[in-house]
Every structure is written in C-alpha cells, then in structure tokens.
Ligand binder design. Sequence first.
Ligand code: HEM
Ligand code: HEM
Length: 198
Amino acid sequence: MRHANPVGGAHSDSPATALRAYAGVQIALHWVNALLLFALFPLGYYMTSLARGTPGKAEWVNLHKSLGLTAALVIAWRITERIRRPVPPPMPGLRRWEAEVARITHCVLYMCMVVMPLSGYLGSSFNQYGTRFWGLPLPRWGWVDMTLQHLFYTVHATTSYLLLGLVVLHVAGVIKHERLDALACTQRMLPGRRDSSR
Ligand code: HEM
Ligand code: HEM
C-alpha cells in the first residue's frame, strides 16, 4: 500500500515491498543540507548583530547570501529527490504519536527550508545592495522599498527561529530513539544500511 508523504512522494510499507533504506543521494543531500544550515545560522545571527557600517559586515552578508543560495539549490534538489523516490516506512518500534510528530516535524522542516532562502532573496531584492552569488551579480528585478524589505526580513528572521527550534526537536527525537528507546535511528540516515530495524 502506498501512502502520501510530507512532500508529495510516497513510501511503500507492505512486507513484500517495504523499502529498507533512504537512497544514497537522499542521505548525501540530508547531510550536505544540514551542514549548510549549521553554517548559515551562526553566520546570519552574527552578521545581524554587527552595527551598520562595521568593517567586514558587507563581506559577511555577501558570504551569507551566496551560501544561502547554494543551500537553496541543495534544498530544491533534495525535495525533488524526495518526491521522485520512495522512502522507507516509519521506523519500526515507534509509537503512533511519535511517528506522527516525526512526520509533521519533517513536513514543517521542509516548508521552513523553502521559506528561508526565498524570503532572504526577496528581502535582498528590495534594497539598494542587490544579490551576488559567489561574486556574480544576479539580475535586479526589485526596487528599493523599505516596507517590503522589512516584511521579507521579518519573515526570514521569524522562520529562522521556527526552523532552529524544529532542528533541535528533530535531533532531540533522534537522540531519544537512540538512547531511551534503543532504536537504530541514526543508522537510517547513514550509507550502507540495508535494514531499518535493529
Ligand atoms: C536556508 C537558507 C538560509 C538560512 C538558514 C538563513 C539564516 C539566516 C539567519 C539565522 C539570519 C539572522 C536573522 C535575524 O535574526 O535577523 C539571516 C539574516 C539574513 N539573511 Fe539569511 N538565511 C538563508 C538564506 C538567505 C538567502 C538566500 C539570502 C539572500 C540571498 C539571505 C539574506 C539574509 C540577509 C540579508 C539577512 C539580514 C537580514 C536583516 O538585516 O534583518 N539569507 N539569515
Ligand atoms: C539542519 C539540520 C537538519 C535538518 C534540516 C534535517 C532534516 C531532516 C528531514 C526533513 C528529515 C526527513 C527525511 C524524509 O523522510 O524526507 C530528516 C531525517 C532524518 N534526520 Fe535530519 N535533519 C537535520 C539534522 C540532523 C542531525 C544532526 C541528525 C543526527 C542526529 C539527523 C538525523 C536524521 C535521521 C536519523 C533521519 C531519518 C529519520 C527517519 O526516517 O526515521 N538529522 N532530517
């Protein structure tokens, strides 16, 4: 039987067809995506803590934008792979509510990961600086509008707190399953795994 999943793909859970592991590309994208986010968060909070005109601030902001757009490409690829490939069914041994919390958390994580680069890019399109992608100026289609800029940056900052909170919840869930429930959770997101239960 096939079930809808958070981003519109499917997983297969009949004993005969149950998929046992995430595809290698899904695993690789998960970790590259996580690394990029772990760099973008401190960078974002650090650069916004610097006063306007602080030497070096512009370089930090440009680095953040380039890294953020790189993350956007990785996230787009990740979501595409999530839709076109099946994923393993929920981890055996989870209580019904735990599987539901995990499903909702994953779903909102994906949503936040779409909103973050989009709102950052939109905010940057309505200021006088524009956006460079690793030095390459991207076409300017916005105009200088402080209200729109403020709106998109507010969405960007607010979503960053939600995303950060969900990442903490996500990692706490993994640690709980590993330590308290004795389930091989991390293994599911590591290469070379052929079975999803311990
Ligand atoms: C997944 C990707 C991204 C993450 C996780 C991220 C994260 C963050 C964080 C945590 C902040 C600090 C928020 C605050 O407290 O005000 C921030 C600020 C900012 N981000 Fe991003 N960002 C991402 C993508 C982007 C992109 C693609 C751009 C532009 C092309 C961008 C442009 C900015 C700018 C200009 C600020 C400063 C906003 C302000 O001055 O209020 N970000 N980002
Ligand atoms: C920015 C950081 C992270 C983000 C945004 C993130 C996001 C996600 C998402 C959306 C999924 C669902 C995959 C799917 O079925 O489509 C997932 C699965 C998973 N993540 Fe993360 N993750 C992050 C960091 C971590 C870390 C640090 C760990 C290790 C402690 C981890 C371990 C796992 C595991 C084991 C799964 C598979 C869960 C399962 O299928 O039951 N993640 N992650």
